[in-house]
Design a protein around this ligand. Structure first.
Ligand SMILES: Cc1ncc(COP(=O)(O)O)c(C=O)c1O
Length: 388
């Protein structure tokens, strides 16, 4: 019944990553390194807080912006961790994941035909979200030779009178790169000069290895140009709970809350209790998980670089290795299919994240050390044959 479908529905494509999931679920004996979520269970103290909430039994609607106590716990956490100060009552909305926070923010700011700059390579969902608000995604290139840094000359050339916002993502999915504080400062100047809003996707803020995360909002003089998006999914191994947040000027947060109330009325009450416990308790589990990702990173990146034809820079955050496999003389989709079908290891083709990801593949090292070692063993055994 195509006739009932909107034009918008037909231009938005689901992420091509689904094809990999299909292939992977039909192929037995794979080492799964494509999955972008922590392999740890949600920490016990969070589960216990939820058990207590269930026993209380009062499970009703919360506010459309999320419970004030969750927003206050978020404010306390970001103040303690970063010195990031905002008004929990007016400047934050708890959402169903960072996904919803980005979706609702875009919905709140985009008119038909507006353009939004998004990183290339960057998280595959941004394009669909922008198109769904009748906007146009405009990919901006990151420079692989400079650790996927921003290229401000290229950025400036992409700005038009319709440019409304830019999305940045640090630490990055898929590259694992982190935007330096100097680059963030230049970015703010760029946004002020061109009068555009910045949506700063900081969903991996606690998974950073060799330096401290700096929320972009900290560098902002007036609290009016940046919407910060964050999440409990990756930091607290809470992907399935679906809790994230948007923090920004009250004028935008009011709209985010309005759209949230249209779609969900409010976030899931029980999940908010879990998020409250996650934010409001000692962050030991977060540090332990990060340290384990760091150990895995050392093993995995070193191993990848020992494979002839594979080059991989050391990621500074998140839990992804973005490896250059262009030496193999096949495109990244064919390489991925070969890896799955012949080597029995999964990854995601780099071009799923944008044109600039061509010739790369993304592995997730949120997987046990045994799995990572087995994946490396298989690749070391098979891949050199491809170069002959
Ligand atoms: C860069 C980035 N932003 C946002 C999200 C969404 O996270 P969630 O909706 O689980 O909070 C993801 C998930 O993979 C991501 O990689």
């Amino acid at each position: 019944m195509q006739k009932y479908l909107s034009k918008r529905t037909q231009i938005i494509k689901l992420s091509p990553i689904r094809e990999i999931f299909e292939m992977a679920s039909q192929t037995p004996g794979l080492v799964r390194l494509e999955v972008g979520q922590p392999d740890f269970p949600t920490p016990t103290h969070i589960l216990e807080a939820v058990r207590d909430a269930l026993q209380e039994g009062h499970i009703g609607y919360s506010s459309a912006a999320g419970m004030l106590e969750t927003r206050q716990a978020l404010a306390k956490r970001l103040l303690e961790d970063y010195g990031f100060l905002f008004d929990a009552e007016k400047e934050a909305v708890i959402c169903n994941g960072a996904s919803a926070a980005i979706y609702l923010t875009i919905r709140s700011i985009i008119d038909p035909g507006d353009e939004v700059l998004r990183p290339d390579p960057g998280w595959a969902q941004y394009d669909g979200v922008i198109l769904n608000a009748d906007g146009f995604p405009v990919p901006y290139p990151l420079i692989p030779e400079k650790g996927f840094a921003l290229d401000f000359d290229a950025l400036q050339k992409l700005v038009t009178s319709r440019t409304k916002a830019i999305i940045i993502n640090s630490p990055s999915n898929p590259t694992g790169s982190v935007i330096t504080q100097d680059q963030l400062k230049v970015l703010l100047e760029f946004a002020i000069k061109n009068d555009i809003l910045i949506i700063s996707d900081e969903a991996y803020d606690k998974i950073i290895y060799d330096r401290e995360h700096v929320p972009l909002s900290l560098l902002e003089k007036e609290f009016d140009r940046v919407v910060t998006v964050g999440s409990c999914s990756k930091n607290y191994a809470m992907c399935g709970w679906r809790i994230g947040y948007a923090i920004g000027p009250a004028s935008i947060m009011n709209q985010v809350m309005k759209f949230q109330s249209l779609v969900n009325l409010c976030p899931n009450y029980i999940s908010e209790k879990a998020a409250f416990a996650a934010l409001n308790s000692p962050q030991t589990a977060v540090a332990e998980m990060r340290d384990e990702y760091k150990r895995r990173r050392e093993i995995f990146i070193k191993g990848l670089n020992e494979i002839p034809g594979v080059k991989c820079a050391m990621p500074e955050g998140a839990f992804y290795a973005f490896a250059d496999v262009s030496a193999y003389n096949m495109d990244d989709w064919d390489f991925t299919r070969y890896l799955i079908n012949e080597v029995k290891v999964t990854c995601i083709p780099g071009s799923s994240f944008g044109d600039k990801g061509k010739g790369f593949v993304r592995f997730s090292y949120a997987s046990s050390q045994d799995n990572l070692n087995e994946g490396l063993r298989r690749m070391k055994q098979h891949l050199p044959n491809l170069l002959k």
